[in-house]
Design a protein. Structure first.
Length: 199
């Protein structure tokens, strides 16, 4: 019985150490950027040893990758929760867009996902993270809208890519002090405009 408690206790400590590292790194990367954040600052902020960092992560880049993955997963989860059970694909796209902007309004998230991530990890790796955390949701919604006759036979992958870029550009502008209501309305008009594109 004591051995079982020890195993659970060790697992809890391991999980707590990893969580502390991710929390500290996330805060520092968002506040200062990847290049200006050193591992000594991270371990000091997390109140763990340097050895603990390298036990959980290969290096600073691996830790940053984990932070970005967690942020992308949080955005995907927010969209999934807001669109769950919606059968109208265009309604789902509208709600999904609102959920995206709400999720991206978390302080530091736009910087991590839209500025630091592409520079540090590269576009290809960011696309892999996006796909792994539900990035196909937009494409799936457009395909459903087409299959239901709500939009025409449009080039869906290109359309999804352009809409995604518009969402990202709007989220970044909002994070930098732009008029959130205006950008949300502009994106809503883009989505609603698809209804008129029937074959």
């Amino acid at each position: 019985m004591q051995e079982g408690k020890t195993v659970r206790s060790n697992r809890q400590r391991t999980a707590a150490t990893r969580a502390a590292l991710l929390t500290a790194a996330r805060w520092l990367f968002a506040a200062n950027g990847y290049a200006e954040t050193g591992t000594p600052e991270i371990v000091a902020q997390a109140k763990v040893t340097r050895g603990a960092l390298y036990h959980h992560f290969r290096d600073k880049a691996d830790l940053f990758h984990a932070v970005v993955e967690a942020e992308a997963a949080a955005v995907a989860e927010a969209i999934a929760q807001r669109t769950a059970g919606l059968e109208d694909p265009l309604q789902a796209l509208r709600h999904g867009a609102d959920a995206y902007f709400d999720a991206m309004a978390v302080p530091g998230r736009a910087r991590l996902l839209l500025l630091e991530g592409p520079v540090v990890l590269g576009i290809a790796q960011m696309e892999r993270i996006d796909r792994a955390t539900g990035g196909s949701t937009l494409l799936d919604g457009l395909a459903m809208a087409r299959d239901q006759g709500r939009i025409g036979d449009l080039p869906l992958e290109a359309l999804a890519g352009l809409l995604s870029a518009a969402f990202d550009r709007a989220a970044l502008a909002i994070a930098q002090g732009g008029d959130a209501a205006a950008y949300r309305e502009a994106v809503r008009l883009l989505v609603d405009g698809l209804v008129g594109q029937r074959a």
